[in-house]
Design a protein around this ligand. Structure first.
Ligand code: ZDR
Length: 279
């Protein structure tokens, strides 16, 4: 396998990207755990893997710090797209990427000839209970439904962006005890594939403050798919308009749930450093 890697971040959600177009590692899960470790490895919230695809221009896989594989990663796909262009794997500025959430379409955003970010057509959200999945809601949307964690009942909205999300609107996102409660949402019995959880404070109809507990990665500075899920949940609960700015711990994203049902996410993707794995 090619041991060279690039390290990226999007809103402080950081990734080690491995180009496996020619050769794949034997054990992705073990590799991700080792590489993501912030003391014994490079340090990252996940690894992104570049692969060939027979359905799209490229294929992306993502593995969390705990070695589990996620279907999709919103911040990651922007970094992935920028890698492909910056490193000459494509000359196109808009292309297709096969993911566990279907074929998605990133487009590089330029200003004065420089890349300033990436806009991604994230496809349509999946809202039925069995699609997210959330047990007990087959055939129906999961909007503003009770969920009890540590003896307290919260109101949740379920959204799949290919990966599962549980959106909780809170009065004060800054002081919500995510450290104490995040894992209990992640492993709650109503989520058979576990869940990412977003804690969202609505500032006004076009601005929200969001903090996240990620499945398989715990607290991170940002979550792209979670920002998309938040925008969708805001509309479903009539708390926000279809276009919102999502303020995360590590930056901000613009998300629009367009009238055609697709979610569009725009935000930064930056190269941090390059290196070579030694084991
Ligand atoms: C949240 C995420 N970093 C993103 O930007 O969308 C995705 C990472 C995958 C997530 N931890 C999962 O679904 O397991």
């Amino acid at each position: 396998m090619n041991k060279n890697f690039t390290k990226w971040q999007g809103c402080g959600n950081d990734f080690v990207l491995l180009d496996c177009m020619k050769e794949e590692p034997a054990d992705y899960a073990g590799l991700s755990r080792r590489v993501c470790d912030r003391h014994y490895g490079v340090g990252a919230d996940g690894i992104l893997v570049v692969l060939p695809s027979d359905q799209a221009d490229f294929r992306m896989r993502i593995f969390n710090t705990d070695g589990s594989e996620a279907e999709m990663c919103g911040n990651g796909i922007r970094c992935f797209a920028r890698y492909l262009y910056d490193y000459g794997l494509t000359e196109k500025t808009e292309f297709t990427v096969e993911t566990g959430a279907g074929i998605l379409v990133p487009r590089l955003v330029f200003a004065d000839g420089q890349i300033t970010g990436v806009r991604v057509d994230m496809g349509k959200p999946h809202l039925l209970g069995e699609e997210i999945p959330v047990v007990g809601h087959d055939g129906e949307k999961v909007i503003n439904q009770p969920i009890t964690v540590a003896g307290k009942t919260y109101q949740m909205t379920g959204v799949s962006m290919g990966n599962p999300h549980c959106v909780i609107f809170v009065d004060d996102a800054e002081n919500f005890p995510i450290e104490q409660l995040g894992a209990q949402f992640e492993h709650h019995e109503i989520f058979p594939r576990k869940t990412n959880t977003e804690f969202v404070e609505v500032k006004d109809r076009s601005h929200v403050r969001m903090r996240v507990w990620e499945r398989g990665a715990a607290i991170t500075l940002a979550c792209g798919t979670g920002s998309c899920a938040t925008a969708v949940a805001g509309v479903l609960n009539d708390k926000t308009d279809r276009k919102v700015e999502v303020q995360l711990d590590g930056g901000k994203l613009i998300v629009e749930w367009a009238e055609n049902g697709h979610v569009f996410m725009t935000g930064p993707a930056e190269l941090v450093f390059t290196g070579e794995l030694t084991n």
